[in-house]
Design a protein around this ligand. Sequence first.
Ligand SMILES: [Zn+2]
Length: 334
Amino acid sequence: MNQQFIPMRLLTVSALLRHLPEEHPKFSIVESDFIKRQAGWRGEQKLSYYLDALPQQFHCLYNLRLSAHIQTPFEIDALIISPFALYIVESKNYFGTIYFDSVFNQFIRLKGEHQEGFPNPLVQATRHKDRLAAWLSFRHLVCPPIQCLISIANTETLIKASSKDNEIGRMVCHAEQLVAKIIKNAQSYTQQLLDATQLYKLEKLLLSDHTEPETDVLAQYSISAADLLYGVQCSRCRCFTMKRIARSWKCNRCGHADPAAANQMMLDYFLLFGKTMTNSQCRNFLKVPSRHVVARIRKQMGLEIGGSGCGIGLHYLMPNHQYFHQNYQLWRKQ
Ligand SMILES: [Zn+2]
């Protein structure tokens, strides 16, 4: 995508966490996944902040997820297309010291006394490079040089390598040095490989092949829908104790009033259960008896209606990714 949105996987984990009781045996696993994904998202936001400084002829596509038909889909944090080369950028948000061991191809994070191994981002980026080349060849497109870069979001993170490995120095840098690195690399090419029309065509093709991941978050964690908390959550005390009073919602526990309290719940439903929701499913999820109340919220949120007939055959459709990006409040600890 040429716009950066909160990743769908972060949204679905957030929805699950909001409706999962803290005493649930899976709560801590889901919470730690959420924290990791949220750190990743912060790293990606930092990345786009720096990439905004690239000259106009460099186009950035974020979280592009391509299927090469012959392989399983692959997702690139940022793909920069330029007249000279393509740049795959993988963003990593680690704190402390990171260590690239090129002898055993390991990637280790050191934080105080604690050492933790992670999948090597160099291996991941190289795999993405091969897949992107296969994607281009599958479409009989010119394959410009593809460069892989690893962006370390936090400038205080210390980067170390096991040897004076030029490959690591060439590929890894802090996010704030990324633009200078890309421009320097682009200047090493003596001629443009793609003209403006070819660039436009390539960008259009890449965007048209982008697909959102199908995420069944309940199945992913083997959590039953019956384990979840239903009702309308209070945005202040976090209890599911909001009651409908005169076109608004009021918390039975702390007295907080919020006319839009149910909107988050509607969005959570789509993230947890799928792309459609009937009026009856919504009433069950919000614990609201009136179908008119649900219909009113739907209208106020601007959700589209699908299906046929008038009433029973109809359902509400999940809004697009941009809508979630603009309207969704991520889960936060009480
Ligand atoms: Zn409350």
